[in-house]
Unconditional design. Structure first.
Length: 426
């Protein structure tokens, strides 16, 4: 009979791949909000109604109707998460005596997240746009001998999304937009496993999938000073296919422990309501509420190639709300300053659901940004910085099987984001 850890590994692999790194240390869950530097400087406030550059092709296709010239925007984000665990009473696995290990070091790994956006007005009514960017992802890496190594040592989830869209301006008050998305997902997970009494090995799981989804939006211009934007992104259904490989610590393959794995994974839908109000020629207020349907990720069923469920892992994620506000100050025709605040709920319900690769908790954003119109309506540079304050979070995660253990302790996390964007109008 095959070892029980074999079938639990995929569930643990996807669980680990579903959080941490650039995701959980900045935005709640493993959502990547790095879509243009202006949005980061505003803590995402007003993003679905602002429509000031081509990055609106991601946030709300309807707002592309506000772009008067053809635009290309190239953005990059340096995301530096810090994920620090402190052990307090972890137990198991039973076959490893004594079961010891350190706190794992800083599991947060700095990453670079790129974006490219383009908007092309098609006369006075229609506009075409495209956004190419990651929308979900993570990266975590602990010391190989840390106390929680039987739950995770390293995990990475990468996505890339290509999102062409169209907008239609009905009149001076109303604009509508719709888009399609092609998304590619790749995941890899590393963990220690028990091969025998006081004998450890390494398991590596990897998989990939692609999927299609849709998005849509609307902008309502109440007056010259006030407008609202609503944007919706549908859920994304992936059918993961991959493999597991297992070896001793010296690299010798473990017989019978290399096999194909399958799982269905749904990433959540989002709905965003934004408002922009221009007080005068100097001050502009921005607000935002975003809903994320994380409850789509409730239980992961792992299947073999015959289609039989060999393991089922409960996540029981909850839906979340993100609230943000910002103020923009226009110095002159060349310079604009931004400051933003946000509160972002985490989808993890509590210590038992928290994992080593998703040590997620509610967080607050404080952000700053500057826009420099080098040549007005032609060359523009945006810079932004955000610090993410994450609440201290306890973990009490128990896994079962030969490599089963309880990871008990506390996480102290935070994150920093540095963004830059160049926009060229022609």
């Amino acid at each position: 009979m095959k070892s029980k850890w074999r079938y639990g590994a995929l569930a643990g692999a996807v669980a680990a791949a579903l959080g941490g790194g650039a995701g959980s240390a900045a935005a709640a869950g493993f959502y990547l909000p790095y879509q243009g530097a202006a949005a980061i400087g505003n803590s995402l406030a007003g993003a679905a109604a602002l429509g000031e550059d081509a990055s609106t092709a991601h946030w709300n296709p309807a707002a592309m109707s506000m772009i008067e010239d053809r635009q290309i925007a190239i953005a990059g984000h340096y995301v530096a998460p810090s994920i620090n665990f402190s052990n307090s009473g972890s137990t198991g696995p039973a076959a490893i005596v004594p079961a010891t290990g350190g706190n794992g070091g800083d599991a947060g790994t700095p990453v670079f997240v790129p974006n490219i956006f383009a908007v092309i007005p098609l006369g006075g009514t229609w506009a075409f746009g495209v956004a190419v960017s990651p929308t979900f992802g993570n990266r975590t890496e602990y010391d190989a001998t840390w106390r929680g190594r039987f739950q995770s040592t390293e995990s990475e989830l990468r996505t890339m999304n290509i999102n062409p869209s169209l907008s239609y301006k009905l009149n001076e008050a109303w604009s509508f937009g719709v888009g399609i998305n092609y998304s590619k997902l790749e995941a890899e997970f590393h963990q220690r496993v028990v091969l025998g009494v006081n004998t450890e090995g390494n398991a590596v799981l990897s998989g990939d999938a692609s999927a299609w989804s849709a998005n849509a939006g609307v902008v309502w211009k109440l007056s010259e000073a006030t407008r609202f934007g609503f944007s919706y992104r549908d859920k994304v259904d992936y059918k993961l296919a991959g493999t597991q490989q297992a070896a001793t610590l010296t690299g010798i393959a473990v017989p019978g422990q290399n096999f194909d794995i399958r799982a269905d994974l749904t990433l959540p839908a989002t709905a965003q309501l934004s408002a922009v109000h221009k007080l005068n020629d100097t001050w502009t207020l921005l607000g935002d509420v975003m809903f994320t349907q994380w409850s789509e990720i409730d239980r992961l069923n792992v299947k073999n190639l015959a289609g039989a469920t060999v393991n089922s892992l409960a996540f029981e994620f909850k839906d979340t709300v993100r609230v943000s506000g910002a103020v923009n100050y226009t110095l002159d025709q060349n310079w604009l300053l931004r400051v933003g605040l946000a509160y972002d709920q985490a989808p993890v319900k509590g210590p038992a659901e928290r994992t080593a690769s998703l040590p997620d908790a509610d967080r607050y954003w404080l952000s700053f940004g500057v826009r420099w119109d080098i040549v007005p309506r032609q060359h523009r540079l945006d810079l932004a910085y955000a610090h993410v304050f994450i609440k201290s979070a306890d973990i009490g995660r128990t896994t079962t099987g030969t490599s089963g253990m309880t990871l008990s302790g506390n996480y102290d996390n935070h994150g920093d984001i540095l963004s830059a964007q160049y926009t060229f109008s022609f």
